[in-house]
Design a protein around this ligand. Structure first.
Ligand code: R5P
Length: 262
């Protein structure tokens, strides 16, 4: 378990840049990931961990690729349905082991009418993962009618931990220190919908300052104007303690260097 955790969260500084490209499991061919390998392969040298589904792993990522995998093991709904995020188990832990993953990720929906289903399925995954020494990341999903505030995020994150999560993935909100304070396992933040690059960098910075160990970011990287420059900038915040301004300058420098080499 510790060995796998240290593949996800780097022991040199206790931080991680997780590249999330699992969106297809409920969004289909998400903008930027239509040909997932073309987008993702050049980003891998800048990421510590790759989070994706087993279908994406099997079809797009060569087995020789040197990147720890966090496998999405929940799903069963799509953006076409109202009950989005009423997810169940989609991968057996036997297959997760066969795929040699460093961790698995499961979405829970605290506060939804079907919260019990997702929480109990989550504990089934935790039970099996414990016997195999595989860390489980709880993804604290937020329904469209729910208030995204520190009180909710702290509640959902703590429930995830009490039920056995080894890492919690949640969203950055004002007062994020409160979420981290009451969560005794490492916390990473999702990026959420694509926003301006400066705003995404500020969010990553604020989360780290509040005690998050890193990001599990997708759309704000692979939908950025220059995804390589963006993931590099995020990396400088997570591992280099850069301010958002410094990271933005770094992003501009990488873009300029690439342009001048053409
Ligand atoms: C959603 O639950 C998916 O797991 C995404 O991987 C996650 O939301 C992170 O991606 P993004 O930064 O695009 O929100």
């Amino acid at each position: 378990m510790k060995n796998r955790l240290s593949r996800i969260i780097k022991p040199k500084d206790g931080r991680t840049v997780m590249l999330a490209v699992d969106h297809g499991y409920f969004m289909g061919p998400t903008t930027g990931l239509e040909q997932l390998d073309k987008m993702v392969m050049p980003l891998i040298p800048h990421a510590d961990t790759l989070m994706l589904t087993r279908g994406a792993l099997r079809n797009y990522i060569p087995p020789e690729t040197d990147i720890p995998i966090v496998l999405r093991v929940s799903g069963g709904t799509s953006i076409l349905n109202d009950d989005l995020l009423h997810e169940g188990i989609t991968v057996s832990m036997e297959d997760a082991v066969r795929l040699n993953v460093s961790g698995v990720a499961f979405s829970i929906m605290v506060g939804a009418k079907f919260e019990r289903d997702t929480l109990l399925a989550f504990t089934e995954i935790v039970d099996e993962a414990e016997t195999l020494g595989i860390p489980v990341i709880a993804v604290t999903a937020v329904g469209k009618d729910m208030k995204r505030d520190a009180k909710y995020m702290a509640l959902a994150s703590r429930i995830a931990v009490e039920l056995g999560a080894h890492i919690v993935k949640t969203y950055y909100v004002e007062g994020f220190e409160k979420v981290v304070e009451s969560c005794p396992v490492p916390v990473v933040i999702a990026g959420g919908k694509k926003t301006e690059e400066k705003i995404a960098l500020e969010t990553a910075y604020n989360a780290i300052q509040a005690g998050a160990v890193g990001v599990d970011m997708g759309r704000n990287i692979f939908q950025a104007k220059d995804p390589i420059a963006m993931i590099h900038a995020v990396n400088t915040i997570v591992h280099g303690n850069h301010t958002p301004e410094e990271a933005y300058q770094e992003m501009t420098r990488v873009k300029r260097d690439k342009y001048s080499r053409r």
